[in-house]
Design a protein around this ligand. Structure first.
Ligand code: 5GP
Ligand code: MG
Length: 179
């Protein structure tokens, strides 16, 4: 285990087994439809790379650069779209992937944007969802794991752009987090 990690929350092999199950649900829903997997940079990169290898359907693949945290550990509530080029999604069925659903504002804002760009349907898929009340924002269509309201890193998730390469999801030691 990395010396900055207090505890491992979800092990590598547990993640991989869960992805196979999620993929089965996605396959059942998207089979026969023109599919585009749209993953959010940078956090969803490890997740999407592993998940789509379990999905043998024809699909296109896009990466979107959005930002909501701006390097801290609390959501800013504001989503910035950082790409110049936007994919043409007319008539496409989108599987929108992110690392984690916290307030849900990111997925809500990006879903609206993709529909504006002509997407026929947008289904949301997250590796993690925090177990917090979301009155106005909806849950994801596919969720890997529900976790407590804690700040996690690893398997794509960062703290100040580090720890994304850990193969598991874990909690940082408090001494590592700058207050
Ligand atoms: P939301 O818009 O749902 O509040 O936040 C989603 C985004 O915030 C995610 O894409 C992720 O980048 C970031 N985020 C939320 N919770 C965590 C967390 O516990 N750890 C890390 N590293 N990022 C988080
Ligand atoms: Mg993110």
């Amino acid at each position: 285990m990395h010396e900055d990690i207090e505890k491992v929350l979800i092990d590598e092999d547990v993640i991989q087994r869960r992805l196979a199950v999620l993929a089965e649900k996605v396959i059942a829903d998207f089979d026969g439809k023109p599919m585009v997997a749209v993953a959010l940079l940078k956090g969803a990169v490890l997740f999407v790379a592993d998940l789509i290898r379990h999905i043998p359907l024809p699909m296109e693949f896009e990466l979107l650069n959005v930002s909501s945290y701006h390097g801290g550990t609390k959501s800013s509530g504001e989503v910035l779209f950082l790409d110049q080029r936007q994919p043409d999604l007319h008539g496409k069925h989108v599987l929108l992937l992110d690392d984690i659903l916290d307030t849900g504002l990111t997925m809500e804002a990006v879903t609206a944007k993709l529909k504006e760009q002509g997407a026929e349907e947008v289904k949301t898929c997250v590796l993690l969802a925090k177990d917090i009340p979301r009155d106005t924002v909806k849950e994801a269509d596919y969720t890997g794991f529900v976790i407590g309201d804690e700040f996690v890193v690893g398997y794509g998730l960062d703290y100040q752009d580090r720890y994304r390469n850990l193969p598991y999801v874990g909690i940082l030691k408090s001494s590592v987090i700058q207050s």
